[in-house]
Design a protein around this ligand. Structure first.
Ligand code: GLY
Ligand code: MN
Ligand code: MN
Length: 442
């Protein structure tokens, strides 16, 4: 995407955000939307700060992720303002002078000290919807996070503008660079830590810049859903490799998982191929009007059909789903909304005025219960794992006969499989945002 295109997309994005803010303010009965970018946070009894994390409500408006103590101010009918904190500081690198495609749309007011914002914020603090964390409070400007405003804005955030989709595509490209470097490192016998470093280096982002901590598991570690230990020593033999890693671009996240087998002609590779084919098929079901809860349940059945084909379970997929056997092998949700946050907001939202759509019984980790609509981006991340704790529970619950334990023993040394892409729901065919980035890089 070249610069003029993104600038044009941004102008439309901003027009849409103003429209949404107008409605949100009307619903809450406020005159101004005020969004602090957030502050630094200090470690207890220490003078070290935690990595700064920008307020997502702020980066929705502005592609600025390293600008603490700054404020967005929007008043319907007026040009939005950015109160832009650029300290005089010789200890740290200070934020650049304002630049980029966003600048022409804002009045930019530079401050050198955080408290200088006080003189620039709207006069009547009580008329402001202030969206932020408690630490951002400044004088009378205390985040009040009014529910009608937040409910509306978070719900609307589900519908990505073309500008957001463009940035998310770039976040895919960056992550794919890392995934390719990581696969090469795995095939050369690297440790998990070395693979992680190869990933970060190829993406050009360190652990604080990535949208979430890399999950990089060799062999049995692939069975730990959020394995983040990064072993420093390579195992004697690397049989399998699961990597769940994303990238950030202008505040937007990607979240991609791939699984590899060292032996490309073995049975574990065949199992990966089967999950991969099923994952592609699931991605094609991301269509307007489809209930994501149903996709999740369908995924259980498709995954259990694979386990039946491979002789791991002895019962029908339907029986495995009903008895809870399938949840032992696929113990997480099919996916979640993604955007400014890797687990983006409003996955359970019943409406833009609040309310919650509960998860189906027996699926406690699903993070998306809504009906899909054009503009939503969700992950599709089916998995199959050989997790001792859950398999032991199956035995204790009287389901030992549903499983061929010799087949479990054969697959246990490989840990598990997850394949994860982002998919954009449209009016017609869904767009897989991840696979074209791999194809482009190949
Ligand atoms: N990487 C976390 C997730 O896939 O949801
Ligand atoms: Mn995910
Ligand atoms: Mn993931």
């Amino acid at each position: 995407m070249n610069a003029p295109d993104i600038a044009a997309l941004y102008a439309s994005h901003l027009a849409e955000l103003k429209r949404r803010a107008d409605e949100a303010l009307a619903r809450g009965g406020f005159d101004h939307l005020v969004v602090p970018s957030g502050t630094q946070h200090w470690q207890v009894f220490d003078d070290r700060d935690y990595p700064y994390a920008v307020n997502p409500q702020f980066k929705h408006w502005l592609p600025l992720t390293k600008l603490p103590y700054s404020w967005l101010v929007y008043t319907p009918g007026q040009r939005p303002q950015v109160i832009y904190y650029q300290p005089h500081d010789y200890w740290h690198v200070v934020p650049d002078a304002p630049n980029g495609w966003w600048v022409e749309h804002f009045d930019v007011l530079i401050i050198r000290k955080p408290e200088e914002a006080l003189g620039l914020l709207p006069k009547a603090a009580g008329r402001c919807a202030i969206l932020g964390e408690p630490q951002s409070a400044l004088g009378d400007y205390i985040p009040n996070n009014p529910e009608p405003v937040i409910n509306y804005l978070e719900y609307q955030r589900s519908y990505k503008t073309p500008y957001e989709v463009a940035l998310m595509r770039e976040a895919q490209r960056l992550a794919v660079r890392g995934h390719r470097a990581a696969e090469a490192a795995f095939r050369s016998g690297a440790s998990e830590f070395e693979i992680h470093m190869a990933y970060c280096s190829a993406v050009g982002q360190d652990a604080n810049e990535l949208p979430y901590g890399n999950i990089i598991g060799l062999n049995e570690h692939a069975a730990v859903l959020h394995y983040m230990d990064l072993g420093r020593t390579a195992p004697a033999q690397s049989r399998s490799f699961l990597i769940d890693a994303g990238a950030s671009h202008r505040g937007y996240a990607s979240d991609i998982t791939r699984t590899y087998a060292a032996d490309r002609s073995g049975e574990f590779q065949a199992l990966i191929d089967a999950v991969d084919a099923a994952q592609v098929k699931m991605g094609k079901s991301v269509r307007a009007g489809v209930d994501y809860k149903q996709l999740h349940v369908d995924a259980h059945l498709q995954l259990m059909a694979i386990l039946k084909d491979f002789g791991v379970i002895k019962v029908s997929p339907e029986a495995a789903l009903a008895s809870g056997v399938s949840a032992a092998f696929f113990p997480h949700g099919l996916g979640h909304p993604i955007g400014l946050q890797v687990h983006d907001v409003a996955g359970f939202a019943a409406s833009d005025r609040g309310g919650r759509i509960e998860r189906p019984a027996g699926h406690p980790y699903l993070r998306m219960t809504r009906v899909l609509e054009p503009g939503m981006v969700v992950t599709i991340e089916p998995g199959l794992y050989f997790i001792d704790m859950l398999l032991d529970e199956l035995k204790q619950n009287g389901h030992a006969d549903s499983v061929d334990w010799a087949r479990v023993d054969a697959f246990r040394p490989y840990g598990g499989i997850r394949i994860e892409d982002e998919v954009l729901c449209t009016d017609g065919e869904p767009q897989n945002l991840t696979r074209p980035a791999f194809a482009e890089a190949a």
